[in-house]
Design a protein around this ligand. Structure first.
Ligand code: UDP
Ligand code: MG
Length: 334
């Protein structure tokens, strides 16, 4: 039985890579259609995440040249996770299975067949896992490792070395649609959906053109979001810290009273200054963490839309012909 596959690719300022990416993906999809692995309604869906360059124009051109290329255009830049979600939720209406990947083809497209095989053997979610991080800079490698460690220690279930290269079945996507959170961290949500999953290993390449759209600032924000959206352990940690400090201050109080009664009141101001700074620091830190969660509550209660789709270019072969026919008829009447 041949089922319909959609590839979903979020794109932000990717004019430099789109031509090559579309060419390689088209070859792949056509090969899979020829081998009767997937149905001929399968498509490549680009999501334009409010790019400032010609990305959307290129997507339109691609769609006009071959309707296997589809596109949705977001009203403005909403960030990778939201762009990806908009693509997944759109693809869910048409596809039986959806694979998400990056526009720069850092993820090895040759494992797409393996993803699909896993799907046919009953997996609803297939995670692409990087077998090594050779192509990453030392900095990215160590920060990423630290991030996974922290996440796991905080009790957040994330698949190690898995980015957003994964296959999801229609029903897994329907599950995902039930998660209404605004602070989106897909890697943490997908394992919560459940169903049978499997893992496919692949080698990650370097970006072949353009530069990373994830500068350090965005990476840090992403990590903080990931932790605070899934774990309340930092809040608990602060309570423990508070208890500890309280305990210490009681001891300090007794100590200073004893010293006072012994008549040795000439105590240096160093300890005083240090304690003021320390307590001030801890209070600020605590307020910061609490503020982080309150910020989350604030955003969630507003329940704002996570994305708004401006244009949609998806057509099946027959519709495309009708559209074309309609146009030419109009021209005749002119
Ligand atoms: N991306 C996006 N919106 C953004 C930033 C990135 O849609 O605001 C897309 C980008 O076009 C790419 C993917 O997310 O397809 C991953 O970004 P990138 O390759 O720059 O990240 P890295 O691989 O360096 O982590
Ligand atoms: Mg990349």
């Amino acid at each position: 039985m041949k089922e319909t596959l959609y590839l979903v690719i979020p794109c932000y300022n990717e004019e430099e890579v789109l031509r090559e990416t579309s060419k390689r993906l088209l070859e792949k999809i056509n090969k899979m259609i020829d081998h009767e692995q997937i149905s001929e309604n399968s498509k490549i869906l680009f999501v334009n995440d409010g790019s400032k360059d010609r990305t959307w124009d290129i997507i339109e051109e691609l769609h006009n040249s071959n309707c296997i290329f589809s596109g949705i255009n977001l009203s403005r830049n909403r960030g990778h996770q939201n762009a990806l979600l908009s693509g997944l939720m759109t693809a869910k209406e048409y596809a039986d299975m959806v694979i998400s990947l990056d526009a720069d083809l850092q993820d090895d497209v040759d494992v797409i067949e393996k993803f699909v095989e896993e799907y046919y053997s009953g997996s609803d979610v297939v995670y692409g896992v990087r077998s090594s991080r050779k192509t990453d800079t030392f900095f990215k490698r160590t920060t990423a490792l630290g991030f996974y460690k922290v996440m796991n220690n905080l009790g957040v279930n994330v698949v190690y070395n898995h980015a957003d290269y994964r296959l999801m079945s229609k029903r897994a996507l329907e599950g995902l649609a039930e998660f209404k959170e605004v602070n989106l961290f897909l890697r943490g949500i997908v394992p919560l959906i459940g169903y049978k999953h499997s893992i496919v290993e692949y080698e990650r390449h370097e970006r072949f053109a353009g530069e990373s759209k994830y500068p350090l600032k965005k990476m840090l924000a992403f990590a903080v979001d990931g932790i605070t959206s899934f774990s309340i352990k930092p809040i608990r940690l602060i309570s423990f810290l508070g208890f500890g400090i309280f305990f210490m201050s009681v001891i300090a109080l007794i100590y200073s009273l004893v010293v006072k009664f012994l008549g040795k009141t000439q105590i240096g101001w160093t300890s005083l200054v240090i304690s003021i700074w320390m307590i001030g620091g801890i209070q600020l830190l605590s307020l910061g963490v609490i503020g982080e969660y309150i910020g989350k509550i604030y955003n969630e209660t507003k329940a704002r839309p996570r994305y708004i789709i401006k244009d949609k270019l998806i057509s099946n072969k027959d519709e495309k012909i009708n559209e074309y026919y309609g146009q030419s008829k109009e021209n005749i009447f002119k």
